[in-house]
Design a protein around this ligand. Structure first.
Ligand code: ADP
Ligand code: MG
Length: 680
């Protein structure tokens, strides 16, 4: 029996190597990929207009009998147009085609066709420009709702419409419905056959809606079932059970006492580590909530039990910061730490590789450099990833795979509402550090317009003259941007030339070489530069206690959670800190969002509001590497379906945990396939 999911498109009529290659560029490899290559929009061409009623500058479907032969009009090389006239019982129109010498073969005088195209009216001449057409007895591109697909060179709308339509006809009988019948019924979802047909060729907007709802549900449902199963099987995996979980010597060596939130989370981690099962835990904590020291407790426990540990950070600055903060404390207990990053010299690297392999080094701090093949641990038992949202699942797994049944701890400062966390991190246990250490500086936050610019510039100068440092963050500018945005580079040039020629300034943006970024960052950390202009690349956990001022340009362009992250870069030292949000416009929506920023410092509250106002897109934007890539579901629009499918997934696994019932065969197949792609 054919399984459309495994059938190569080359088996379809009319698709050879060349076409298959072009389709591959669209991510289409199997018959099922083709059938789930969804339109981005539709054109409603159902209404047929009389020629007399045509309106200038609109698109319309017209039925007409061809009354002239095709005439050819050469304009210049590369531009020839072809004309013919059609009529209906209200008038005459001229169809104009460009560079299409084959028309004569298709459009015969005396026959009736349907045309769809843009209408141009000049005086009493009615023109239809570059229309699509078909015999009036057909309705594939006229008189119906027509799908519009994203294209690539060599692939046309017409080709996709026809190929998908033919493939649907030939393969419909082989479809596999991954939503079990009882769930279809409970949630009033249509069949997979109906859904695929109507997502491409809906007869009306209602059937499109029904089809879409089911496909969105399906996509979320498979994902959530897969994540829950992964979590379940992960939690059963046997791991190294640490026997000594007394961390009090480490705790008492700290210059502060742990907050109760830190204690709770540390307790959860230690319980995992001694449970005999492999830990797979995410620690969420607002910026500055003190995640590093929680991680350090786990590192300490690991080494105390005779194993090695690794802690990976997304940037060199951050990795070095962890190393500098923690190794002095840990070395008091005879724990040997090393720092491994891209800029570690070859000689040092060799030495570190050797000592990790023979066990002389207990803890390796570092960047991606930790996951290269050269790094071999003697006895890795704990892998920590900081600022998880900057890494992919794959990288996390690569670090963990450097040992056997390694305990995994990931930390993130992106507060995610619980409902979303279940999706983004549904395969992990979650701990939350829900309070800040005492004595934190308030960060006064102001939202201002252009009229305040000079005063803010003076304020920046004043802060710098006091010995403090300032960040100025600009949005990343896309190439095709139309709005006048401050780009980091431009802004840096202007400021350093005209406003602060006497103040050492630095710049960091995404297009710089990694090495230059690091240099620029560490110049700011050390105080060589006093003002740092950057894009959001500094968003991640850098600790510069002397920084007291965060200025954000075009703040309306950022998600609230992102603004909150950025603001968290200041207020880390003894001095009072400030955050200034420059807004380019003040619509109602922007005002509302900025108000929350000026009123709240609670990352979770801010993220909940962000979710309500902007939808969840921003949270997923941060999960890079496209691991969770939705074909049709849109987290912003389909949030209620997301919840419903989560409940369905939970219920399904409760009733049939191993998905071994026959009616669950296809959902089992789909989740296993997805789980594999997520962890490969
Ligand atoms: P984040 O959660 O953003 O990674 P860090 O771990 O970098 O936060 O901690 C921010 C700052 O708070 C550090 O300077 C750290 O030493 C300090 N800190 C952490 N825990 C406490 C505590 N319990 N009491 C006081 N200061 C703390
Ligand atoms: Mg941190």
């Amino acid at each position: 029996m054919f399984n459309p999911q495994e059938t190569d498109i080359k088996l379809l009529k009319g698709i050879g190597d060349a076409k298959a290659k072009q389709l591959l560029r669209l991510g289409v490899f199997t018959v099922w990929d083709l059938l789930t290559y969804f339109p981005v929009r539709f054109e409603d061409r159902r209404a047929v207009k009389k020629i007399f009623d045509l309106e200038h500058d609109s698109f319309a479907t017209v039925n007409g009998i061809v009354v002239t032969p095709v005439s050819e009009h050469y304009v210049r090389k590369g531009l020839t147009y072809y004309k013919l006239q059609i009529r209906d019982d209200t008038g005459i129109a001229t169809c104009i085609f460009f560079n299409n010498p084959y028309l004569r073969n298709y459009l015969k005088k005396g026959y009736e066709y349907s045309f769809y195209g843009k209408i141009n009216i000049r005086g009493n001449v009615r023109e239809i420009l570059a229309p699509e057409f078909e015999p009036s007895s057909q309705s594939q591109c006229t008189k119906c709702i027509v799908p519009v697909y994203p294209l690539t060179s060599g692939i046309t709308q017409k080709f996709l419409r026809k190929t998908i339509s033919d493939t649907y006809r030939d393969y419909e009988k082989y479809f596999r419905d991954s939503i079990p019948p009882e769930i279809l019924k409970e949630h009033s979802l249509c069949s997979v056959e109906y859904a695929i047909k109507n997502i491409h060729f809906p007869s009306d907007s209602k059937s499109l809606e029904i089809a879409k709802k089911r496909l969105v549900f399906e996509e979320f449902f498979i994902l959530q079932t897969a994540l829950r199963k992964m979590k379940e099987s992960g939690s059963k995996e046997r791991g190294i059970a640490f026997t000594d979980t007394d961390i009090s010597p480490f705790e008492s060596s700290l210059p502060f006492t742990l907050t109760s939130a830190q204690k709770t989370v540390t307790g959860e981690i230690l319980r995992d580590l001694s449970s005999g099962n492999v830990m797979n835990r995410l620690v969420q904590g607002d910026v500055g909530s003190g995640k590093t020291v929680v991680a350090a407790s786990a590192l300490y426990a690991c080494v105390k039990n005779g194993y090695q540990a690794a802690m990976m950070a997304p940037t060199e600055v951050l990795a070095r910061q962890h190393y500098n903060d923690l190794s002095p404390i840990l070395s008091q207990f005879g724990i040997k730490c090393a720092l491994l990053t891209g800029s570690t010299t070859a000689k040092n690297k060799r030495e570190i590789y050797e000592k990790l392999e023979n066990g002389e080094i207990d803890i390796a701090f570092g960047t991606h450099a930790l996951i290269t093949d050269k790094v071999i641990f003697k006895s890795l038992a704990l892998a920590i990833t900081d600022e998880q949202h900057r890494f992919g699942v794959r990288q996390r797994m690569m670090l963990s795979s450097k040992g056997k049944s390694v305990h995994t701890l990931v930390m993130t400062a992106t507060p995610i509402p619980r409902t979303l966390a279940l999706i983004v991190y549904g395969d992990m246990d979650i701990s939350v550090i829900d309070s800040l250490p005492p004595g934190r500086q308030e960060i006064d936050t102001y939202c201002v317009g252009e009229n305040m610019r000079e005063r803010i510039y003076a304020f920046i100068r004043k802060e710098v003259e006091k010995g403090n440092r300032a960040y100025i963050v600009c949005p990343s500018v896309e190439e095709n941007e139309e709005m006048p945005l401050k780009s980091a580079e431009e802004h840096f040039n202007n400021l350093s030339k005209y406003i602060y020629p006497d103040i050492p300034m630095g710049i960091v943006h995404g297009k710089m070489k990694a090495k230059d970024k690091e240099t620029s960052m560490s110049d700011f950390v050390s105080g060589n530069t006093k003002i740092l202009v950057s894009t959001t690349v500094i968003e991640v956990g850098v600790n510069v206690p002397e920084a007291t001022l965060m200025v954000i340009e075009n703040a309306e362009r950022f998600g609230l959670s992102q603004l909150h992250q950025l603001r968290g870069r200041v207020g880390r030292g003894k001095e009072k800190s400030y955050c200034v949000l420059f807004c380019g416009s003040f619509s109602q929506d922007i005002k509302e969002r900025m108000k929350i920023m000026t009123e709240s410092r609670d990352g979770f509250k801010i993220s909940e509001t962000d979710l309500k106002l902007r939808g969840p897109g921003d949270f997923f934007g941060t999960r890079q590497h496209g691991e969770i890539h939705f074909k049709i579901a849109d987290l912003a629009d389909d949030f209620s379906v997301l919840k419903a499918s989560g409940i369905a997934a939970e219920k399904l696994l409760k009733n049939d945990p191993s998905l071994s019932e026959e009616k669950h065969f296809y959902i089992k197949e789909a989740t296993e396939k997805l789980a594999k792609s997520l962890t490969l």
